[in-house]
Design a binder for this molecule. Sequence first.
Ligand code: GAL
Length: 417
Amino acid sequence: MRKLASAAMVAVMSVCLITGVKAGEVEVLHWWTSGGEARSAAELKRLLEAKGHTWKDFAVAGGGGESAMTVLKSRVVSGKPPTAAQIKGPSIQEWGDEGVLATLDEVAKQGGWDELLPAVVANVMKYKGSYVAVPVNVHRVNWMWVNPDIFKKAGAKIPTTWDEFIVAAEKIKAAGYIPVAHGGQAWQDSTTFESVVLGIGGADFYRKAFVDLEPSALNSPTMIQAFDVLRKIKHYTDKDAPGRDWNLATAMVINGKAAMQFMGDWAKGEFTAAGKKPGVDYECVAAPGTAGSFTFNIDSFVMFDVGAGSSQEAQMALAATIMEPEFQEVFNLNKGSIPARLNMPRDKFDSCAHTSMDEFVASAKTATLVPSMAHGMSTFSSVQGAIYDVVTKFYNDDKMPAEKAAETLAAAVKDAR
Ligand code: GAL
């Protein structure tokens, strides 16, 4: 054992001698604890450690990251921020306003990030023109994960509209399967809901509602219709859905218990971890009505200002590693997402990733590329929280009329702005 430890020390020291860096430790806060997520995070740890630094894991379980963000806030308030944290979207601006972030401009310049990142990604990573965050991926949220076997056995057709969804779900139910795998948690309710809104209202409507926060969109016949569809989806979930974690819902599709799940492509990480292949064991298709549109969710890391020293060297090494092609490939192969970095080789990626890559580029041209509300990409966290509350209240209260939900939504967003 002791021999092994000293061999490891020698290896680390020689890496540091070669690269001339001071070995440091980065404490990394993230919420990647499911099978596919953990495999992805392990790749980042491996590559950082290969540069001679130490990874101190600070994982806070809970899909969507709500719990992680609560823990992060209390750590920062008590004056002990982690050295790096998974923070994304407009929240990066909120943390920038607090004056606690380190700038990554030097690493970004050396690495040529401005040339390597699409503008839609780079913009999210900058605070007042400086890089303060580094992107690991681009997730597409508006997916539907399908068990083709169940569809076949039920004689159902994979739906491309919400009307077709009802027809398929009825057949699947009649054949004795659970049509929709869902986990009743606020972020999962909203993940499904935003795909419904996109599918029914289209990208322009989605943008008016969840980016521009227009009251006339939030409280509108289209929004009422979307709430109605959300209630119908609930009708096709099972009684154990409340509180279920998202990856357990994915497992229901993998194991042939449920036919569909509405979830971002981190779900693909679970299929991959289970050794399943797209087009063979499962299908990835756009949620009904959303083909050609793309709700993006970009995971990124920010570094907290820790002053000069070995921790800072380790932080900058982490930032540089994240943008390297090796990491962008291996991480995203496991995570289910696509690289944030442009012009990466596609050959190792599967057909779902290829679709995502193509649609990411195409949707940017047709203005059907929209930020995910449910994953903190379209608004500040207070507004996102207000939307979550209304959607989840409606989801759990079968007596609340859809009209009332739309009205409450507009009022709650107005208050939270
Ligand atoms: C998202 C995050 C993804 C995935 C998911 C479930 O918010 O961006 O990377 O981990 O939560 O935990």
